[in-house]
Design a protein around this ligand. Structure first.
Ligand code: COA
Length: 164
């Protein structure tokens, strides 16, 4: 999928948008830019320790979207149990939302999770984040249940078509 026309005030706007797997060294090298992706999100708590925490298969499953050498979105995924992948954090930089970046990241992650044979992909989303819930439903996620922790969350799950 090609991204829709992106805004003209974005740094490196003429550059092609690239979505590719993410490795730890890239996060270390661009840590400030990764943290800045979620700058506008109220209550966002991810810091360096969250980005760099080691999780099973994390660097085999996670993706980032880049414009030039700047990350503009990311999907951090790991293996929660055999056959079960979990999306920990999914963000697109505010100025880049609504232009297809999230869709590209999500399609990349779903295809890779499928190709690697995972039977389910889960995520938690704040219950009042209706836009994100709608975005995930359109990708084929179903809502499982609501749980109360720091905030209210909805657990969502997708069963990828294994082997596609
Ligand atoms: C949710 C998020 C990742 C979507 O990324 P995005 O790049 O803006 O999404 P896209 O431009 O690829 O949109 C794909 C489709 O979903 C729809 N969509 C995206 N965000 C939406 C929203 N908030 N409400 C309703 N629909 C939405 C788009 O309209 C588009 O549909 P279309 O192709 O018919 O136009 C992004 O808005 C974001 O980072 N939000 C803040 C962080 C967040 O809430 N993350 C999820 C927490 S778990």
């Amino acid at each position: 999928m090609n991204p829709k026309s992106s805004p003209t005030d974005e740094p490196g706007d003429n550059a092609e948008l690239i979505v590719r797997q993410l490795d730890r060294a890239e996060v270390v090298a661009h840590l400030e830019a990764f943290l800045a992706v979620a700058d506008d999100v109220i209550g966002e708590y991810w810091d360096e320790s969250h980005f760099l925490a080691e999780r099973d298969q994390k660097w085999e499953l996670s993706f980032a979207a880049w414009k030039n050498v700047t990350p503009v979105g990311y999907a951090i995924i790991s293996e929660r149990a055999p056959g079960h992948a979990h999306l920990h954090h999914f963000m697109v930089k505010a100025q880049m939302r609504g232009f297809g970046v999230g869709q590209m990241l999500a399609e990349s992650m779903i295809s890779l999770v499928s190709a690697k044979g995972y039977q389910k992909l889960t995520l938690k989303v704040e219950s009042n984040n209706h836009g994100a819930r709608q975005f995930y439903r359109r990708l084929g996620f179903t809502e499982m249940h609501v749980e109360e922790s720091r905030l209210w969350y909805v657990l969502m799950m997708k069963e990828p078509e294994v082997g596609c």
